[in-house]
Design a protein around this ligand. Sequence first.
Ligand code: SF4
Ligand code: SF4
Length: 274
Amino acid sequence: MARPMLRRENPHPEQMQAFRISCADCYGYCCTALCFFKTDGFPMDKPAETPCRNLEPDFRCRVHDQLSSRGWKGCRAYDCLGAGQAAARLYRKDWREAPGTASEQFTVFLTLCRLRQIGWHLVEALQLLPAKPLWAALEAQLAENQRLAGQPAGALIGLDLSAHQAQVNPLLKQAAALTMQAAGGGKRCADGIGKRFRGELSGMDFSLALLIAANFSGCTFYGINLLGADLREADFSDSDLRGAFFLTQGQLNAAKGNRNTRLPEGLSHPSHWD
Ligand code: SF4
Ligand code: SF4
């Protein structure tokens, strides 16, 4: 018997373009504003609001083509969902030309990152057919998300997103529960480090799960919640992820796969998979 469809066509295709990173139109915010640590896939620790030693004066990365071989896997995985170029558009001068605005620019970037992440998950939830009873509320929160993100830089500094997040989180949770239920499951798996999974996975809840180096090769995903799961080095070679939801490009970039891996709409094969 055919399984029920879990996704509809994306009602907000125009959003997908905005979520695509455009590093050439950005002032290297991720390489400067963020801190990183050896434990997260970097060869060194770096404090926040400090330029990486590999950041060129024109904001290009000196080791862009050798990130993996030089141990910068964390950079390879990072995806700001378009927050970088959105922040740069708000300033006429970059933080090097106008150092007095540097800290402010980084704060705006971080706020936009959070808004983009929330927006990505809202657009995703709006594609889930079992979440239909929630679509109106999700649309309202997406509109609010766009309103907040569209404010001038001055309003984004110090913007408290807790109220928005408090409205969105329960909706995403309900959308996930309805979708996993429709897939016949809801079984929780919080720890799958290094574990071998096989065959068809239905309705499983991997939200926030540790799935580092898990082996999903050849698996088919149906109604699988991957919200915030740690997928570093997880292997999705020859697997079909089209039935997974709340998966981001950053999670995929940190994982392994190949050109046979099938992805949900809006996500693309990381270049290092080839
Ligand atoms: S912040 Fe985003 S757009 Fe800017 S360099 Fe980093 S990934 Fe690229
Ligand atoms: S190694 Fe390159 S991509 Fe990574 S933080 Fe440094 S400049 Fe940015």
